[in-house]
Write a protein that binds this ligand. Structure first.
Ligand code: C2O
Length: 605
């Protein structure tokens, strides 16, 4: 059961997915396969209109048919074309609670030795980019056309030819050209393996994972990578493909990456997981491909919708100047994102290279295709998820918006970029092919759950207080008091999660689940996941807190009248390496909370 080791065999048969998805649009202009899913009534249409005071808000990407709605508001897409600077000018009022400073970009001349995350040893690779004296503030160019990133399983032979040629040319650039393939891979190594310290903060590492910088950093990384590739083949419209692992039709490694003669090929991948193996986003090790697909869709629904209360629950915890690295990963980062890395990484290599370890992940061209889908998840969450399900999509904290990074652009110019400028993919000039979202309504059926759940009152599980803190090296089951009786809006908080940062870790969380078949996640009792990829901090441990929203779970399982619930923690990794300090249930804060300073956990050391 507990199978996180990349050597676990998953299954072999080729599944068929006759009815799971319907991505059938073939016109060059992307349209939603099922617009009705998003525009069920007029009220929702209005919610998707442009709002000039919202940068990270509910602006719509579609509905191109009309540019002006019944209330005379102008469609966002038209505004984008003519008024490139407007969104940048639509500044956010500063947060009176802000006390710290945003993360500053690294000083390239102070780039140090990176560390192998699994062994703690210094790496024999130099991850540091060339040092250039001049850095300029990057201005998003006016958007004259939109690059549409295609689903990697649906691209044409012509596209594959061009993509292959672009990567090949990138590999042939001089070694010290910052646009060279290895230099690009090393961006990830340097930003993620402790090669940089936070400027002016002593020896505190600069770390862009496990915090709210996760989405913005990787968005900028891919943005320049894509522009470099386009420049190398003289095609400014070139768009990176996304690995559509959230749709059954995309749940294998995209075929173009497994042609050993292609520049897209990388031999350091788990050979058990080459096509037709179906990606196991839950890392459950289930051998049943249909069960794996059901798990995957449940995980997507959970991490995109069901488990998040605040924007930071999805995006990751606050990380400012002076914050210890890894304050807390968002649901998407610690869920599907981490699993894809771990699932593709090669168990024959010493440390899961290439995709299974941060320092080497960028050496596999598949990394950028994977992250294009991670980036797509951010866009979907921002602009497509209905506001009644995900009410809180903005982080307005200036320490978030003003955080900055440096990259080399397509002209090998070093540029400084901000999180603020990364919030809107259309303003950055790209979009995604529209593909059906089969997880959008994948709420586990309540009825089925009722037959399987146990009542907390009849459980012999010990009280959480008597068990925590606890090392999660086996299945742990405890009772936890609810904050209130009935079906209240509550959060399950796992606090002071202390992890060995050199290890791959994953723990799934269930409520009132008496079923011992933990490779089934498609049930109401599955609440969410904590997981991390190996990464490095100076002292090899990090403290993190996550919270999981229980509102829907309470609706779907029979908790009415109960004072307690039973929580089951199921580790998917081997051995220890993770201690959870405490577990508790609290009333959910009002949904605007994400704009305030986040919990004290973000400052924990
Ligand atoms: Cu920077 Cu998928 O990691």
């Amino acid at each position: 059961m507990a199978c996180l080791s990349p050597s676990c065999t998953l299954f072999t048969p080729t599944p068929t997915f006759a009815s799971a998805s319907s991505s059938s649009n073939s016109s060059s202009r992307p349209v939603l396969a099922k617009p009705s899913q998003f525009f069920t009534h007029a009220k929702r249409r209005n919610r998707f209109r442009v709002s000039c005071d919202a940068i990270n808000g509910e602006q719509n990407l579609k509905d191109d048919s009309k540019n002006v709605d019944s209330q005379g508001k102008v469609d966002r897409r038209n505004m984008l074309f003519g008024l490139g600077g407007l969104y940048g000018a639509a500044n956010l009022t500063s947060n009176p609670l802000a006390m710290a400073e945003p993360i500053k970009p690294p000083e390239l001349d102070k780039c140090g030795t990176a560390t192998n995350l699994n062994t703690g040893e210094k790496l024999d690779v130099n991850c540091c980019p060339p040092v250039t004296p001049k850095v300029i503030d990057y201005k998003l160019p006016p958007v004259r056309f939109i690059r549409t990133r295609p689903s990697a399983h649906r691209v044409t032979p012509e596209y594959i030819f061009k993509y292959n040629m672009a990567i090949d040319r990138m590999k042939r650039l001089p070694e010290n050209d910052p646009r060279n393939f290895m230099q690009q891979a090393n961006i990830h190594c340097a930003y993620c393996n402790g090669a940089y310290d936070q400027p002016g903060q002593g020896t505190l590492d600069l770390q862009v994972h496990n915090c709210w910088l996760f989405f913005p950093f990787h968005r900028w990384y891919l943005y320049f990578y894509e522009r470099i590739l386009g420049k190398l083949i003289g095609d400014p419209t070139f768009s990176l493909p996304f690995w559509n692992w959230d749709n059954p039709k995309g749940m294998t490694i995209p075929p173009m990456f497994v042609d050993s003669k292609s520049a897209l090929y990388d031999e350091k991948r788990n050979q058990e997981n080459l096509p037709p193996a179906v990606i196991d986003l839950g890392l459950t090790g289930s051998k049943d491909p249909l069960q794996v697909v059901a798990n995957n869709l449940t995980i997507m629904y959970s991490e995109m919708i069901r488990g998040n209360k605040t924007a930071e629950d999805f995006m990751g915890s606050a990380y400012r100047e002076g914050t210890s690295p890894n304050p807390g990963p968002g649901a998407s980062e610690r869920g599907s994102h981490t699993s894809v890395h771990a699932w593709v990484g090669d168990p024959r290599q010493p440390s899961g290279e290439d995709l299974g370890n941060f320092y080497s992940a960028g050496r596999d061209p598949l990394f950028y295709c994977h992250h294009a889908n991670v980036d797509r998840m951010w866009t979907l969450w921002q602009y497509f998820l209905p506001s009644d399900k995900v009410p809180d999509k903005k982080i307005t904290d200036p320490d978030f918006l003003n955080a900055s990074f440096v990259f080399y652009d397509e002209n090998a110019q070093l540029v400084r970029v901000t999180v603020r400028d990364s919030l809107d993919n259309l303003r950055m000039g790209y979009d995604f092919e529209r593909i059906d979202l089969p997880w959008l309504d994948y709420r586990p059926p309540a009825q089925a759950a009722r037959t399987k759940v146990m009542k907390a009152s009849s459980s012999d599980a010990p009280k959480a207080d008597s068990v925590f803190p606890v090392v999660v090296d086996q299945i742990i089951r405890v009772t936890v008091p609810k904050a209130k009786k009935g079906k209240a809006d509550e959060l399950l908080v796992l606090e002071n999660i202390e992890v060995d940062t050199t290890k791959l870790l994953k723990v799934d969380v269930f409520v009132n689940d008496e079923d011992d078949n933990q490779s089934e996640l498609d049930k109401a009792s599955y609440v969410g996941t904590y997981a991390q990829l190996p990464h490095k901090t100076k002292n090899k441990t990090a403290k993190t807190t996550i919270s999981l929203k229980l509102t829907e779970v309470y609706e779907d399982i029979d908790v009415e009248g109960d004072d307690t619930i039973v929580v089951t923690l199921v580790p998917r990794h081997q051995g220890g390496g993770i201690t959870i300090g405490g577990i508790k249930i609290i009333e959910a804060p009002a949904s605007s909370s994400s704009s305030s300073k986040s919990s004290s956990s973000s400052k924990s050391s």
